[in-house]
Design a protein around this ligand. Structure first.
Ligand SMILES: *[C@@H]1O[C@H](CO)[C@@H](O)[C@H](O)[C@H]1NC(C)=O
Ligand SMILES: *[C@@H]1O[C@H](CO)[C@@H](O)[C@H](O)[C@H]1NC(C)=O
Ligand SMILES: *[C@@H]1O[C@H](CO)[C@@H](O)[C@H](O)[C@H]1NC(C)=O
Length: 316
């Protein structure tokens, strides 16, 4: 009875990636390109074909021609059918049908695919070295148009706001990510559409774009929960202190416990020794009494102590 729900849960967990990222069409199955779309909330590309095929122009599922990940979903380990990764100067589109050349400024690009756009000549200067996903090689895809992230302070900029559905334990919330073509270190103000200086965390913000971290937290610039957190030095210090305290505390606790046990053991032995000693003394006294009474009895009776068996008198 209880096995069925658990089994179903495991089954659903196993197939979550398949349900979430692709359709069910196998190679050669019919599909409709018009049904390919970005998923609501996650903006992940979806087609009617499965994880190893794409919906080709002849409306059947065909083998994929490129991959974006080192180990893509859907292929068995060490698969020989793994499509190639695209070389430098090329990209693998969301459909993953073939590698294509990066496109010049002004070309149409797919959502959040900055890598589909050709980098600017000064790409070294413009690229996002902070790894916050601001641009790729200095180029950025905004509202499906290739641009360069080269706009300087106070100049006109383009901004694209996207509402993602984000999940926390037991609930979901809307995470608005704002992307723009300002240089790294600036953000595009939504009202004035001008590049502004990013504010530091903790300062007053009125929108999540005034980020150093793209997130609005009660009007204070905070960190986006979706981004990696970097702990301050004091956190490391606290962790080290905590660990040291725990280790020393454990050792001290064990030493103390052991000491108590040893003391109890010593007490027990002392007690035993005292009892044994008292017992011995009692025995000696009894022997003395017995000898004395036998002596007096012998004197009365005329019998010598020699007639009493030695064993009765003990060894002394
Ligand atoms: C459909 O197109 C794909 C890719 O070009 C090809 O591999 C496949 O054989 C074609 N299918 C049919 C039925 O023509
Ligand atoms: C960045 O863009 C420049 C200019 O288009 C190009 O020469 C270079 O190969 C690109 N670098 C990468 C890592 O794609
Ligand atoms: C900035 O990038 C745009 C394309 O987004 C380009 O047309 C323009 O020439 C660039 N400006 C500079 C100063 O490089």
């Amino acid at each position: 009875m209880t096995i069925t729900p658990i089994f179903l849960l495991l089954l659903s967990l196993t197939f979550v990636p398949f349900f979430a990222y692709a359709g069910t069409g196998n190679f050669g199955d019919p599909c409709n390109q018009a049904n390919s779309r970005l998923q609501v909330g996650t903006y992940q590309f979806w087609s009617e074909c499965n994880l190893v095929t794409y919906c080709a122009s002849n409306q059947t599922c065909a083998h994929r021609g490129c991959r974006r990940d080192e180990f893509p979903f859907g292929y068995p380990p060490n698969s020989k059918d793994l499509p190639p990764k695209c070389s430098k100067g090329q990209f693998c589109p969301d459909e993953m049908h073939e590698c294509q050349d990066v496109m010049p400024v002004g070309s149409p690009c797919q959502m959040n695919r900055d890598d589909q756009c050709e980098g600017p000549p000064n790409h070294r200067e413009l690229e996002d070295l902070t790894h916050r996903g601001l641009n790729v090689n200095g180029s950025v895809c905004l509202n499906n148009v290739c641009m360069w992230a080269n706009v300087t302070l106070g100049e006109d900029c383009v901004v694209e706001n996207t509402a993602y559905t984000a999940y926390t334990a037991g609930s979901e919330f809307i995470d608005i990510v704002s992307r723009d073509n300002c240089r790294v270190g600036l953000y595009c103000d939504a009202q004035q559409l001008k590049c502004m200086q990013e504010r530091e965390e903790g300062e007053q913000c009125d929108a999540d774009k005034e980020r150093v971290s793209i997130f609005l937290l009660l009007g204070i610039c905070g960190s986006d929960a979706a981004f990696a957190h970097h702990a301050g030095k004091w956190v490391y210090a606290l962790v080290v202190i905590g660990m040291t305290t725990a280790v020393v505390g454990t050792l001290w606790g064990l030493f103390w416990l052991h000491g108590k046990q040893r003391a109890a053991e010593r007490e027990r032995r002392l007690q035993y020794w005292k009892e044994q000693n008292a017992f011995h003394q009692n025995l000696n006294r009894m022997k003395e009494v017995a000898r004395a009474s036998i002596m007096s009895f012998g004197n009365l009776d005329g019998l010598g102590t020699n007639s009493i068996p030695r064993s009765f008198m003990g060894s002394n």
